[in-house]
Write a protein that binds this ligand. Structure first.
Ligand SMILES: [Zn+2]
Length: 454
C-alpha cells in the first residue's frame, strides 16, 4: 500500500470532445472525464470561487462524470478543503477525489440538462482577525529592549519534519531506533484500523499494536492520521469511519495530550463524499499540509535533493517537509540513504528545528495568533502582555520570545518573571551580532516582566 506520488501532469486544456473552455474561469479547468460522445459541459465563473457548470447531454443517455481542476497556487488558488458541489435545489452532490489531490474533483451526474455549482464554502464561525507581524514586536525606549516572537522555536532559522507513511514494520525496527540515535523526532502516519472482512491482509498496526503503544507512551515521536485502512472511502459515513476512526485510535494512545494531529489520506486512494474536507478536519481536530519531498530511492539522488531543499528552506525561513515509506535494504529507502539524509539534517541542526508535524503546525498557528503589548516600563523593569488567540485545548506548543538588548545593557543581568513572580528560564544568545535573550512561554494570555538585577 505504498503511496507513490503520481507523475505530475502538466495542466494544459486542449479543446477536445466534451470540453468547453469558458472565457475566464479563474484558472479552473472543466471537462467531461474520459468521454468522447456528443454531450458537453460548459462553465462560468459566477463569483470569485464559485463556478456554475451546465450539462447538455445532446442525446447521451449514460451517466457522465465532470472533471473540475482547481488552481492550487497563485493569487487565484482555491482553498480545496472548503470546496463542495451543489445542484440547483441546493443539494450537496457526491464528489470523488484522490487522497492527495483534493483540488481535482470528479462529479458523477446523470445525462440530463442540469446546472451545478462548485464553490468554496466560508468555514463556519467567525474568524478572529489575526494580529499583524508588527504587533509581534515591541520596542521599548526606557529599557532599551526589543522583544519579538521568534519565527521558529528557540530562534531556529527553519523547521524540518520527517514523516513516515503506512505504519510499516520497518518504522519500528529501523526508523525509530535510528531517529533515536540522532535524537530527532519523526511523525508516523499510521493506518490503525482493525482488519476488515474481505481484506486479506491483517493490518501491520494491529499486529504490532503493543510496539506502537510503547512509542506513543514514550512520546518522543508523533503519531498522525493516514486513515484507518488506507483504502479510501465511499460515502460520508465511510469517510467518518476512516478519518474519525483512525483519529480515535490515536487519541486513545495519547490520552491527556492535545487531540490535534496531521492528516494525510494516502496516495492511490479515492474518497467520495458530499462534504468538504474542512468538515472532517474540524470535527476531528486534524490539519492537512500539502507539499512534501518524497524520499523513496526510486526518485533518484534523494540525499542531494534533500540537501538542496533544506538549504532553500533555511534561506527563506520556512518549514521543510519530507516523507519516507519503508526503510531498509531493498525497500523504498535503503538504510544508508536514510542515514545520509539524517546526517545532512544533523549538519544544519543548530539552525534547524527538527520536530513533529503537529508541533510545527501548532507553533506556526499560535505565532500567527499572538501579539505583544507593553504594560509598563522604567529604567530597571519592563512588563509586557502576551496575547494568544489560539484554542488552548489544542495548541500547547511553547512560543519563544526573543529579547534584543542594547549595547549599554548587560544581558546577563536580565531576569524574566511570570505574573506570579516565578523566574522563567532564559538563555543568552546572539542575533545578527546583537546580544539577546531567549525564553519559552505557554501560548496563553499572560503578563511577564523583564528585570535588570543589580
Ligand atoms: Zn500511504
Amino acid at each position: 500500500m505504498m503511496c507513490r506520488l503520481p507523475v505530475i501532469a502538466v495542466l494544459v486544456l486542449h479543446a477536445s470532445h466534451g470540453a468547453v473552455l469558458a472565457a475566464d474561469l479563474g484558472g479552473v479547468v472543466v471537462k467531461l472525464d474520459d468521454y468522447a460522445g456528443p454531450a458537453t459541459v460548459s462553465a462560468q465563473l459566477v463569483e470569485p470561487f464559485k463556478v456554475q457548470l451546465a450539462v447538455n447531454p445532446v442525446g447521451e443517455t449514460k451517466p457522465l462524470r465532470i472533471r473540475v481542476e482547481l488552481p492550487e497556487s497563485g493569487p487565484r488558488a482555491w482553498a480545496a478543503a472548503d470546496v463542495e458541489v451543489r445542484d440547483t435545489q441546493d443539494k450537496a452532490m457526491m464528489v470523488r477525489r484522490a487522497g492527495i489531490e483534493w483540488s481535482k474533483l470528479l462529479i458523477p451526474v446523470p445525462a440530463v440538462p442540469a446546472s451545478y455549482f462548485v464553490h468554496a464554502v466560508q468555514p463556519p464561525g467567525e474568524k478572529p482577525s489575526l494580529p499583524s507581524e508588527k504587533e509581534r514586536v515591541l520596542v521599548d525606549g526606557a529599557t532599551g529592549l526589543r522583544l519579538g516572537i521568534a519565527k521558529w522555536r528557540d530562534g531556529r532559522k527553519a523547521a524540518l519534519s520527517i514523516r513516515f507513511d503506512d505504519s510499516h514494520p520497518t518504522h519500528l525496527t529501523k526508523a525509530i531506533p535510528i531517529l533515536r540515535e540522532y535524537g530527532f523526532r519523526g511523525t508516523f502516519m499510521v493506518n490503525p484500523g482493525a482488519s476488515q472482512p474481505g481484506y486479506r491482509r491483517r493490518s501491520a498496526f494491529e499486529t504490532q499494536r503493543a510496539e506502537w503503544e510503547a512509542v506513543a507512551r514514550k512520546g518522543d515521536h508523533e503519531l498522525a492520521n493516514h486513515s484507518a485502512h488506507h483504502r479510501g472511502a465511499v460515502g460520508d459515513d465511510d469517510m467518518e469511519a476512516e478519518i474519525g476512526g483512525a483519529a480515535q485510535v490515536i487519541w486513545k494512545l495519547t490520552l491527556g495530550r492535545s487531540k490535534l494531529m496531521a492528516l494525510n489520506l494516502g496516495g492511490g486512494t479515492h474518497w467520495e463524499t458530499t462534504r468538504t474536507l474542512r468538515y472532517y478536519l474540524d470535527k476531528y481536530h486534524q490539519f492537512e499540509t500539502s507539499g512534501s519531498l518524497g524520499m523513496d530511492d526510486v526518485y533518484g539522488n534523494r540525499v542531494a535533493a534533500f540537501r538542496r531543499a533544506l538549504e532553500q528552506h533555511l534561506e527563506r525561513g520556512l518549514w521543510c517537509r519530507i516523507h519516507y515509506h519503508y526503510i531498509g535494504d531493498g525497500l523504498s529507502s535503503s538504510e544508508a540513504n536514510f542515514r545520509a539524509a539524517l546526517d545532512v539534517a544533523k549538519e544544519h541542526q543548530s539552525k534547524l528545528w527538527i520536530a513533529g508535524m503537529a508541533d510545527i503546525h501548532k507553533y506556526q498557528t499560535e505565532r500567527n495568533a499572538s501579539k505583544l503589548a507593553l504594560q509598563q516600563s522604567g529604567p530597571k523593569r519592563l512588563t509586557f502582555q502576551l496575547t494568544c488567540l489560539a484554542d488552548a485545548t489544542l495548541y500547547d506548543q511553547p512560543l519563544t520570545i526573543e529579547v534584543l538588548v542594547a549595547q549599554s545593557v548587560d544581558a546577563s543581568r536580565l531576569v524574566v518573571k511570570d505574573n506570579g513572580g516565578k523566574t522563567v528560564p532564559s538563555r543568552a544568545a546572539h542575533v545578527n551580532g546583537v546580544s539577546a535573550l531567549r525564553f519559552n512561554v505557554a501560548p496563553r494570555n499572560a503578563l511577564y516582566s523583564i528585570e535588570m538585577t543589580p
